[in-house]
Design a protein around this ligand. Structure first.
Ligand code: MN3
Length: 210
């Protein structure tokens, strides 16, 4: 059973001007596609099933000779598969604020939506080199913010991620995610990115994770 590159739920031009068409073409069609191809090569001959989140949650079960390749490429596949549906065109599902249970949980954990945004933006901006910022549900059921390096994911647990949780929103802060649009200005990318967050999808992820 091979892992498959998921289709985008919108076209490549939808997220402009925050994420340009060329960035989307390369990011989804080249980077994410390569993680899927390399993951399928890495798990060839292993009986790992077809759920990438289950796979990254049990990296210790992977033979050591293949664990690094599975960590990087299953992580890349899982991270981007969560990322794309959490985005939408500004004004067509993207932007605004969460409502309902998710809004209440954010207020409970961070005191306000603005305080949450500041904590999440800081996690992304201060991640040295390549990685991700996350909003996730911890074992205690509370929302938390953290970051991971490279293609690590909070589902991997320790020692891969120092913030074990079930992620419900991720922000890719690899340069390939923003360099064509923002060059070296990662904080500007993060500030603009809020306009394309699909809070209905994040709320759905929260309902599944809690
Ligand atoms: Mn990426």
């Amino acid at each position: 059973m091979a892992f498959v590159l998921p289709d985008l739920p919108y076209d490549h031009a939808s997220l402009q001007p925050v994420v340009g068409t060329q960035t989307m073409q390369i990011h989804h069609g080249k980077h994410h596609a390569a993680y899927v191809t390399n993951l399928n090569a890495a798990v060839e001959g292993l009986n790992v099933g077809d759920d990438v989140n289950t796979l990254i949650g049990d990296l210790g079960a992977i033979p050591e000779s293949k664990r690094g390749a599975v960590r990087n490429n299953a992580g890349g596949h899982a991270n981007h598969s969560l990322f794309w549906p959490c985005l939408a065109a500004k004004g067509s599902g993207g932007g605004g604020q969460p409502s309902g249970e998710l809004a209440a949980a954010i207020d409970s954990a961070f005191e306000s939506f603005d305080a949450f945004k500041a904590a999440f933006a800081k996690a992304g901006a201060t991640r040295f080199g390549s990685g991700w910022a996350w909003l996730g549900v911890g074992d205690d059921g509370k929302l938390c913010v953290c970051s991971t390096a490279n293609q690590d994911n909070p589902l991997m647990g320790r020692p891969y991620a120092d913030c074990p949780c079930k992620p419900i929103l991720g922000l890719d802060v690899w340069e390939h995610a923003y360099y064509l649009d923002f060059q070296n200005r990662r904080p500007d990318y993060i500030a603009a990115w809020w306009d394309i967050v699909n809070w209905d999808q994040v709320a759905s992820n929260y309902a599944s994770a809690k």
